[in-house]
Design a protein around this ligand. Structure first.
Ligand code: ATP
Length: 240
């Protein structure tokens, strides 16, 4: 059976950069599906602008009708920080015989050694790095060693075993970031065409990311209007 792609992220909000990367992985790596797993409680970031439920709802709207895209809410009901290794263990328990491919951007991959129990991740899944043309993969240090030991150029290798390989794959890079979208909305500008219309319509309707909405402790609703925004302080450490 073909591998399942696992794409975790804060998705605050989801945008076309995420969607295009995931779609190219789905097709090029011959994944059966890509599961979008919004982070419940980001371990390092701590604050999100939209609640976990809202971010999950936006993911559902974004992927609606796309064959092979699945919204997975397993991190939403879990207590404590959402660690990727726990998510993969839970997926492994559910899909014991299937190959799993954890999809991460190169920026997220470079932070991998800081992730909780990061060296157990390959016991559960392959790691697939979405390579940004022009970004060099590390060839020294722990990640250089990991690529040397586990790296493979062969897509078939991701199908032949259920976990344990690392594959770097070039995808079209759209220079879009959730931070940029939040900043645009907070400035009263229109972020249309950076994400599916249905996502922007829902953001607009819910009043998410407006200037008066401060970041919230993950999992809670946005704070009341009138609270000073603290966007600068809530910059991005990737979820892990
Ligand atoms: P923020 O600006 O809030 O940090 P983000 O846009 O980087 O958010 P995340 O939800 O933090 O999005 O990222 C989830 C995953 O998607 C990470 O693995 C990240 O590397 C990847 N990613 C983020 N933006 C892009 C993009 N434009 N193209 C491809 N992958 C992306």
């Amino acid at each position: 059976m073909r591998p399942i792609g696992v794409f975790g992220g804060t998705f605050d909000p989801i945008h076309y950069g995420h969607l295009r990367s995931a779609f190219e992985m789905l097709q090029a790596l011959r994944f059966d599906e890509v599961r979008f797993v919004p982070c419940g409680d980001p371990p390092h970031r701590g604050l999100t602008y939209a609640s976990a439920e809202q971010r999950f709802a936006l993911v559902r709207l974004a992927i609606d009708g796309q064959r092979g895209f699945v919204a997975d809410d397993r991190e939403l009901g879990r207590d404590g920080p959402s660690y990727t290794v726990d998510t993969l263990a839970s997926l492994r328990a559910e899909f014991s015989e299937r190959s799993l491919g954890l999809i991460v951007g190169m920026d997220a991959f470079l932070g991998l050694p800081g992730w909780h129990r990061w060296n157990e991740i390959l016991d559960y899944a392959h790691i697939v790095v979405a390579h940004r043309p022009g970004w060099k993969a590390p060839d020294i240090g722990v990640l250089g060693d990991l690529i040397a030991e586990r790296g493979t150029h062969r897509i078939d290798a991701l199908h032949e075993t259920t976990h344990g390989r690392l594959h770097i794959h070039a995808v079209t890079q759209l220079e879009i970031a959730s931070t940029e979208i939040r900043d645009l909305v907070a400035a009263g500008r229109d972020p249309r065409f950076l994400m599916p219309d249905a996502v922007w319509d829902a953001i607009d309707e819910l009043g998410l990311y407006a200037a008066e909405a401060a970041p919230t402790a993950a999992g809670t609703a946005p704070t009341a209007a009138g609270t000073a925004p603290t966007a600068a302080g809530a910059a991005a450490t990737r979820e892990n």
